[in-house]
Design a protein around this ligand. Structure first.
Ligand code: ATP
Length: 513
């Protein structure tokens, strides 16, 4: 199945099975805003718990906070968001559609890459085992022609972005590359303008002189402005970290790809405060630690890659993204940045308050350097859903849709099913469920045939189902069915907790780290 079709199916599956709904759907939706349904919220909570515990529970020197979404507006001046948190936008006059100029150009670069890859794939098929890819790439005339165009465009684009960005040059690139609007198919473009991504609102009544406040575009600043409060009250010694999970808001110009790019989303961020001069060691540590956290989910190492940034923000001295293989290619899920002392120094400057750390070991004061790990809950959710979604052909010719979610993250861990709705079987099933529900999320289901009930649970990723039948009443044993292998085994009711609890717990997942 083409990856585009897989993605479409995933989006409709998310809706059909109560994972993700378009926001305000009965009013025709609201662009790039989504609601999580009964299963989505469970999966999302489990992702957050996995992250939180891996940070706060497993590191003695990391603590959490929960800061407010509204903050003093000067914070966003200090952080640079008021002046520089912009995207360059361009409109097509015919379709009236708005685009990010940088994205249009990046897509064009990707098109050259695609052309090259197609040539390579064609040749690989033609020459079979004898094919030498490296040689083909360095000698084939068509590949070299595409590569030269791609490299020239890449260089011109990087230059334009680094020069401010140079908005006229971005527009000129779009015209020179003859990029057309995908809707109207025309090149009738407006000028390129800067667009600030922060949402703003008013705090206080107008008579009092209302203050313009922003909805935070990242959770990190709430950590920076509380860093000294936490350090002092928690008697924290550098190096130490502060973790936070919370909503962030960005007025994204081009909101695409479902929950990949939203206007309201959730971040899990951890800022790690270190002694200046040690930051690159810690950057390496967090780069490795975070990738391990992702890989522990078991989707396969080939689903991940680092994307080290060549061009760094002026305040950063190292940065990398962890990318995940989504149905639409490798995409950023998490950023790890070495941010020097930029943020803390800026807040010192703008607030006029000293926020230096006094090191009791060396008797010196300094502004700590910061390593940031920043991951989007929703993007993580999308990566997990896309890697878990499977359509399997069964021996009887039927197809089953199964979400092979990591058991620890699955919304429901166990479905309890009486074979029939009589003969005391529902009562027995309820009794079993009542004893297990304190340990993990269970669901009771007695409607339709057992086959249909299994399919429903497969579709929401429930790792185990048990069936209570007539024999259960006599021998106190049930049939335990495994989601992935579909194997069934007969087990005593008293052993269920032992068998299941360990396999579905976040603690077990954390132990693999
Ligand atoms: P992008 O380049 O995709 O816009 P970014 O580099 O601006 O992302 P950061 O500011 O580093 O992203 O934010 C950290 C993380 O927050 C990202 O890795 C991503 O998982 C998540 N994130 C950022 N913007 C969005 C969004 N609009 N919708 C959903 N998640 C987002």
């Amino acid at each position: 199945m083409a990856q585009e079709d897989v993605f479409k199916k995933l989006v409709s599956h998310c809706k059909e099975y109560g994972f993700v709904f378009p926001s305000s759907e009965i009013y025709d939706g609201l662009g790039a805003v989504y609601d999580y349904g009964q299963n989505g919220v469970e999966l999302k909570n489990n992702i957050k718990q996995y992250w939180w515990q891996s940070m706060v529970l497993l590191h003695e020197n990391i603590v959490g906070i929960d800061s407010a979404i509204f903050m003093h507006p000067t914070i966003w001046k200090a952080s640079g968001h008021v002046d520089a948190f912009n995207d360059p936008l361009i409109d097509n006059r015919d379709s009236k559609k708005r685009y990010r100029a940088d994205v249009l150009i990046e897509d064009q670069i990707a098109k050259y890459d695609e052309k090259i890859n197609k040539e390579v794939a064609k040749a690989a098929k033609k020459y079979g085992a004898a094919f030498d890819e490296a040689q083909f790439r360095s000698t084939n005339a068509r590949v070299l022609e595409h590569q030269a165009k791609r490299d020239a465009l890449h260089e011109r684009y990087t230059h334009a972005m680094n020069a401010g960005p140079d908005l006229n040059e971005l527009r000129q690139i779009i015209l020179d590359e003859e990029i057309v609007c995908p809707i109207s198919g025309t090149k009738n473009w407006t000028e390129v303008r800067q667009f600030n991504l922060m949402f703003s609102t008013e705090m206080g009544s107008t008579a009092d002189g209302a203050m313009k406040v922003y909805l935070r575009p990242e959770t990190a600043q709430g950590i920076f402005v509380n860093y000294l409060n936490v350090q002092k009250t928690g008697r924290m010694k550098v190096p130490f970290g502060i973790a936070q999970i919370g909503k962030a808001f960005r007025n994204e110009i081009v909101a695409r790809q479902f929950i990949f790019r939203m206007r309201e989303f959730e971040q899990m961020e951890m800022q790690y405060f270190v002694k200046p001069g040690t930051e690159l060691e810690w950057f390496k540590y967090w780069k490795e630690t975070r990738l391990k956290w992702h890989k522990a989910l078991g989707f396969g190492d080939d689903h991940y890659r680092y994307h080290d940034h060549e061009k760094l923000a002026h305040y950063a001295n190292a940065a990398t993204d962890i990318e995940f293989l989504m149905p639409f290619g490798f995409k950023e899920v998490e950023g790890i940045h070495s941010r020097t002392n930029f943020d803390l120094s800026q807040h010192e400057k703008f607030s006029g308050k000293s926020i230096k750390y006094f090191d009791p070991e060396t008797n010196e004061s300094y502004t700590p350097y910061v390593i940031e790990t920043s991951i989007g809950v929703d993007r993580m959710f999308l990566s997990i859903m896309s890697a878990s979604y499977c359509e399997e052909k069964l021996e009887n010719g039927e197809t089953r849709v199964v979400l092979k979610l990591p058991a620890a993250l699955a919304p429901v861990k166990l479905a309890v099913m009486p074979l029939v709705k009589k003969d005391g079987l529902p009562e027995k099933a309820r009794e079993i469920m009542n004893s297990l529900r304190f340990h993990f999320n269970c669901q009771y289901d007695e409607k339709d045939s057992i086959g249909k009930r299994y399919r429903r649970q497969d579709a929401i990723g429930t790792p185990y189902c048990i069936t209570v039948d007539h024999q259960t009443v006599e021998d106190n044993c049930v049939t335990l069915r495994d989601r992935d292998t579909m194997q069934q085994e007969r087990v005593p009711v008293d052993r269920l907790l032992d068998i299941i609890a360990d396999r579905v717990s976040i603690t077990s997942l954390l132990k693999t780290l």
